[in-house]
Design a protein around this ligand. Sequence first.
Ligand code: GDP
Length: 455
Amino acid sequence: MSTSTSNPIAAITTAPGRGGIGIVRLSGPDLTPFIQAFFSQELKPRHAHYLPFCDANGQAIDEGIALYFPGPNSYTGEDVLELQGHGGTAVLRRVLARCFELGSQFALRHAQPGEFTQRAFLNDRLDLAQAEAVADLIDASSDAAAKGAMASLSGAFSQHINALADRIIHLRMLVEATLDFPEEEIDFLEKYQAAHQLQSIDDDLQQLRLQAKQGQVMRDGLHVVLAGQPNVGKSSLLNALAGDDIAIVTDIAGTTRDRVTQLIHIEGIPIHIVDTAGLRETEDTVESIGIERSWQEIAKANVILHLLDARHPDDTSDQDIMSRLPASTPTLQVFNKCDLLQTPSQSSNDNENQLYISAQTGEGLEALRQRLLHIAGWSPHTESPWLARERHLHALERCDQHLQLAKLHAQHNDQILDLFAEELRLAHNELCEITGVFTSDDLLGEIFSSFCIGK
Ligand code: GDP
């Protein structure tokens, strides 16, 4: 269903709170009667009109710039009106309320989160990967992520997907044409070098998967949990990595009673680090709640940094902790306070699951950062020109599985061309899911509901 015939919508599109400028945006199939009712005049398309925004009694609520973008050449593909006034909570609320008062006769309603962008998608102004990039650009927490989101928004990722899809379509066309002439089936695979074509498509797909993985790492980063006994230096390590005093550092065991989360960036990759309450047996109720939460965080982690005191590497409490850590989560044993070791030779970092560091002197921290990037799947030599999401990776993986099955049919010279054709069709569908050619309403709902209101 196209939304071009649906209700007009309105929302404050600027961030809540005080600001120099605040914007109310409206979108709908035809906003000209609304504009006439609001301003008693027509607005020239894409022209900055400096006008009062008046209430029902003709009193100015605010004065600002009204911009009218007639559809289809607008953000949403519908008529869009932007009212740019002063960025105060009350004044914007009043302008919006006035819009609803006037708009009730046109069934104007409040926009859902992401609904402007959803309309842009449904009206073919953006494909789905680009629409997702809008939210990613707004949410980007590092320069690299913002750059990658912008590349996706301008279609760099979609272009690669479409190019690959076109090659699969070409092969499908050849196969399906042959299906109409069963006597030619036997020759088909040889005649069109189907296996060769498939291999070349597969090579491109593998390259795309590598890049998409880097884009996903750049977007999502890692959730790292610091776990260990009290006083091993978890808070000190968090502070050292963050380069700031975030967690409380004391030599009194049990001072971190709850989680402290900090977002840091390593080479532009977001790393969410959670400092947890020290794991030990305790009678203290508050502390034991903290410890329970530590275990909950550990269960959700992408990576666990198990911190130990380098002076007591074989502590039995650490062995208990180790035995309780989830086996499927990558875990690094980080021996802290190596500055206090008598024999510095112990501080070798040969075992790739063990590291010697000093949160106090900074020794070993660079190696730890590089180890984290490695676990995140970041490869410094693979260019990551765009951001990607987990959803895209899964679709690319499924596409790959269908291509592999198609390859098997080709290799075995099955002469069952319809199976070959079916796998190609399914592989193609997976690519279409990324750009949103085929999407379920559930998926759209899930994607757009995570947007902010007004976007
Ligand atoms: P947490 O309870 O595990 O969070 O430990 P803290 O970060 O609060 O540190 C406990 C004590 O160990 C504090 O006195 C820190 O100054 C000290 N500490 C932490 N890391 C190091 C280190 O690498 N070397 C030395 N010498 N002391 C450290």
